[in-house]
Design a protein around this ligand. Structure first.
Ligand SMILES: Cc1cc2nc3c(=O)[nH]c(=O)nc-3n(C[C@H](O)[C@H](O)[C@H](O)COP(=O)(O)OP(=O)(O)OC[C@H]3O[C@@H](n4cnc5c(N)ncnc54)[C@H](O)[C@@H]3O)c2cc1C
Length: 388
């Protein structure tokens, strides 16, 4: 049957494009359906942490990110009130620096890599309904944008990489395994003339800020506040909020035009059940936490590979695939829980600077196991968490 696939992936950004690329590289017949046009931005800043850069390196895509002009980030400055600490990026594991490409760059690059590996890409097109077959998810129905042509395709597995408002999660009623309560809001824009070689994170009680150097000589500058305070602010308050959080940064961009500012009101985190008969979830559809710890893309790239490996262990469906996808879910949970908890504490903004420093130490420790797990994937003698 022409329109039958091993895997249909709904959503073609960092989680979906990576999953599709890995499955297509392994020879599976894959269809990706993405609602947005190529190169469109999304509501997200884009700092990558070590695990995310490591994935791009392992997949042979880091050179393309470098070629895009995303600068080398060799250190992180942490401002606790007026006190600054610097942590250098440790060269090793094939990585000499971190990178923070714009989503217009990263998502396009990943989807191009999926297409180059043989995945079919249907875009811009929206899935409107899941099809069921023998009591399991068995395919999708939707419509292309522009010429509004209806389509239908079937698959052994449908992967929801369709973000926080996931159609797949809603349709299968994927249960929440964890639900958070903290939510931070973020307002951000892009500015020239800031340092290109470091992330800068600023913490003061009740307000945070960050600088993320990126493509085109610009840096993403963001201010974070508790969600409750966002309701009373407007994007135009950006400069005033930035002056409270990081007066020296506000000063250094005072003369720059503000351009487009984007505001995110915040939403509590969750970990969802991520596999069932004929379906799986990955990326924000499966696991979301407050952006204050800047880890959603890094986690999406990690979990894309854990899911792809699980699918490849049992590509023909049935109970074997269900078991493998549940192993992925359990591995994801083990790698994520400590990170989820500490993100909750930071995003709750109920800390003084002494407590915040302790939260950041926990955060730093929570990143190590995921990097070890990713490095272990290339070591044939090492048992993966997926089987542990
Ligand atoms: C304000 C903010 C700042 C952030 N900053 C950072 C950061 O600095 N670092 C970091 O690592 N993470 C950050 N994140 C988190 C990061 O943006 C997410 O974790 C990441 O986008 C998840 O990727 P994804 O592929 O799972 O989902 P998404 O990026 O949400 O992509 C889902 C895609 O699915 C498509 N789609 C949805 N429904 C359908 C449908 N029915 N049919 C077809 N297509 C569909 C959408 O068009 C979309 O393109 C931030 C998030 C926010 C909100």
């Amino acid at each position: 049957m022409d329109n039958h696939y091993d895997v249909i992936v709904i959503g073609g950004r960092c989680a979906g494009a990576s999953t599709a690329m890995l499955l297509a590289r392994a020879g599976l017949r894959v269809l990706v359906i993405e609602a947005a046009r190529r190169g469109t931005d999304t509501l997200s800043t884009h700092a990558l942490m070590r695990g995310g850069v490591l994935q791009l390196h392992r997949w042979g895509l880091l050179d393309d990110v470098v070629a895009s002009g995303a600068p080398a980030i060799r250190a992180t400055h942490f401002s606790y009130g007026d006190e600054i600490e610097t942590v250098d990026v440790r060269p090793g594991d094939g990585i000499s620096a971190l990178r923070a490409p714009r989503r217009t760059v990263l998502d396009a690059l990943l989807l191009d890599a999926a297409a180059a590996a043989g995945a079919e890409i249907l875009r811009p097109a929206r899935v409107t309904r899941l099809l069921s077959r023998d009591g399991r998810v068995g395919g999708v129905e939707g419509v292309t944008r522009g010429n509004r042509k209806a389509f239908r395709a079937t698959a052994t597995l449908v992967v929801g990489a369709d973000g926080r408002d996931s159609l797949v999660a809603r349709t299968v009623d994927a249960e929440f395994r964890r639900r958070g309560s903290a939510a931070g809001a973020i307002i951000y824009g892009y500015f020239p003339g800031l340092a290109r070689d470091r992330y800068h994170w600023v913490y003061r009680p009740g307000i945070t800020a960050g600088i993320v150097p990126t493509n085109d000589g610009l840096a993403c500058v963001w201010v974070g506040i508790p969600a409750a305070r966002f309701e009373a602010s407007r994007p135009e308050d950006f400069r005033g909020l930035l002056a409270q959080a990081a007066p020296e940064v506000a000063e250094s961009i005072a003369a720059a035009p503000v351009g487009r500012l984007r505001g995110y009101p915040g939403a509590p985190g969750y970990l969802r059940a991520s596999g069932g008969p004929g379906w799986a979830l990955v990326g924000d559809a499966a696991y979301y936490k407050d952006p204050i710890t800047a880890h959603g893309i890094t986690d999406a790239l990690r979990d894309a590979e854990l899911l792809a490996r699980a699918i490849l262990a049992a590509p023909h469906g049935g109970q074997a695939q269900l078991d493998a996808v549940r192993d992925y879910q359990n591995a994801r949970d083990r790698l994520s829980e400590q990170f989820f908890d500490v993100t909750e504490r930071i995003a709750g903004y109920r800390w003084d600077l002494c407590e915040l420093r302790e939260h950041l130490r926990v955060l730093s420790r929570a990143m190590r196991p995921e990097v070890d797990e990713l490095l272990g994937l290339d070591d044939p003698n090492r048992e993966s968490l997926l089987t542990g």
